[in-house]
Design a protein around this ligand. Structure first.
Ligand code: ES4
Ligand code: ZN
Length: 324
């Protein structure tokens, strides 16, 4: 069973490339770049991986980015992710990155984009994984900051297919980013946003109605609003759910209490994703395996979830047909 889960062709739709930096690679890049980390050994670093909420995770996630300096660093990180994704049957990956987090550290946008892109451009040939790159904007920064970075991405003709919205959700509602999403839509970009992870169901409604997003990242708190659930089912709006992330960030108490089975049973378009796999206990395959262990699902549920991921991706229809 477990082996067949790994072979099931799937798409990863919710992945932060900076969240794939494994502790070993963090130390390797720190040494390569002559950077002294606050937690200089594997043991000391690993002790930091216990989170109480989203913000406690984000603090470590942003701190660890300090090791990413050169184009090669971004390329090596991305290639390491693709290698692991291939092992769990990921055949298409839409990868988010946080341009503002790197610009704030004085890293040029071209360094970030060219490094990630150099790994993505050989991904189909090297790993059999088609890819798309999504620029995610930090919702705890201003809309003007996001707009300026989006203009810079457009000016350098960055190979992005869309934009997203991430970082600290509560208190930073979708209504803050209406002009950003309008600009991205005008530029022909696809639109996604984190909503309903820690924030309320109303943020999901607003991401749909005010920002016009095509897909919701997380969306688990949608289940608190029956009218929203009915709409998500009727419109088959994709929700990129990240079960292990929700457990580790304490959005749910245990995997057994995760709303995913309820969401599936209600007919919502849900997929399983890894979010920040180096921080949350595993890649796509581990998410599927642990769901199987806890819920005892048969092949049918796994097939539905994997099928949803492919159908909800921004891959070409031709590519989707290959994977379905
Ligand atoms: C994130 Cl799990 C999560 N939520 C919001 N923003 C993020 N950035 C990276 N991981
Ligand atoms: Zn996320």
């Amino acid at each position: 069973m477990k082996n067949s889960l790994m072979h099931l062709p799937k798409a990863e739709l919710h992945l932060h490339i900076e969240g794939t930096l494994e502790p070993e690679l963090i130390l390797e890049l720190a040494a390569r770049n002559g950077i002294t980390l606050p937690f200089p050994s594997l043991e000391a670093l690993r002790e930091q991986y216990e989170f109480s909420d989203l913000q406690s995770f984000l603090n470590l996630y942003y701190a660890n980015m300090a090791v990413l300096i050169t184009e090669a660093d971004f390329a090596d990180m991305t290639r390491a992710y693709l290698r692991r994704a291939k092992e769990c049957g990921v055949r298409h990956a839409e990868i988010m990155f946080d341009p503002q987090a790197h610009l704030a550290r004085g890293i040029a946008l071209e360094t970030v984009v060219d490094g990630i892109h150099s790994a993505l451009s050989s991904s189909e040939a090297e790993f059999g994984i088609s890819t798309g790159l999504i620029a995610a904007f930090l919702r705890d920064e201003t809309e003007d900051s996001a707009l300026a970075v989006l203009e810079e991405l457009l000016a350098i003709d960055a190979p992005i297919i869309g934009i997203g919205l991430d970082s600290a959700e509560v208190g930073n509602p979708p209504s803050k980013f209406i002009r950003l999403f309008q600009r991205a839509r005008d530029a022909g970009l696809r639109l996604v946003a984190h909503a309903g992870e820690e924030g309320p169901a109303s943020y999901v409604v607003d991401a749909l109605d005010l920002l016009g997003v095509e897909r919701i990242d997380h969306g688990i708190r949608s289940v608190e609003d029956p009218a929203l659930v009915a709409r998500l089912v009727a419109e088959q709006i994709p929700l990129t759910v990240c079960p292990l992330s929700n457990v580790r960030l304490r959005a749910v108490d245990t995997l057994a209490e995760h709303p995913l089975p309820h969401m599936l049973a209600a007919g919502m378009n849900v997929s399983v994703n890894s979010d920040d796999p180096a921080y949350f206990g595993g890649y796509a395959g581990t998410n599927f395996e642990q769901l199987e262990d806890v819920f005892g699902w048969g092949a049918a549920a796994a097939l539905t979830l994997a099928g949803n991921s492919v159908r909800s991706s921004f891959a070409s229809q031709e590519r989707k047909n290959e994977l379905l």
